[in-house]
Unconditional design. Sequence first.
Length: 242
Amino acid sequence: MSRSDPVTRRILTLREEESSLLSYPEERLIEIICDVGFACDGCGRCCTASCNGHVFLLDRDLPYLRNNHPEALIPAPDFEFGDSNGTLYVSGYALRVQEDGRCLFLTKENRCSIYEDRFSICRIYPYMLHQEPDAEGVVDWRQIAGVGDHGEYHLPIEEAEAEQIAEAVIAYELAFIRQQIGFWEAISRYFNEQNLRHVRKIYDQAYQRFQKGEPVRVMVYAGGSFDCHVVRIEDYRGFSHP
């Protein structure tokens, strides 16, 4: 594929994000963490689809679920690509939720029933990073936890703890970006091998069928290759926007 191909452009953009994140000053993130000073108050809102959409799982999250709770895995709902046969593609799995949108592992007492084995995003929340512009249009890595929506803020955090959190956050974001790069590189290889192409109209038609309740074939990127699933919109009951 050429540099003008949308898949290649996406890979190049992600490579730029990876490079930018690798050069991001950790001390800046430590300052943000100390300033935010988040503490969980047990409200449970961050563990609901209404607050956080869905839990995207990294490859490193999958072995525990496959061995202990395989029914909890579902193709992530934001299908990112499609081929000329109407098959959709997504860069990873998400965690199923209860019908009311609560995490499968959130108890009635708002406690995590698998806390010691919780997932990568749960371990760093709410200190995620995201590239977005500020009021002057300057794009930079910013903390996007939804301050004020849940928990307590501006509590003291020891610098050593803030350093550990910052290290974990950057490691998570790098793993996420690299999983995305792997996905698009796998798309490129697979489409070339299978003589497939992306047709926006066919993608839109497949997604419309899904929205109407018809089954669609979804290829999920996991561990360097694709898993094949057939899903219906009813499988996403409880999600805020399937």
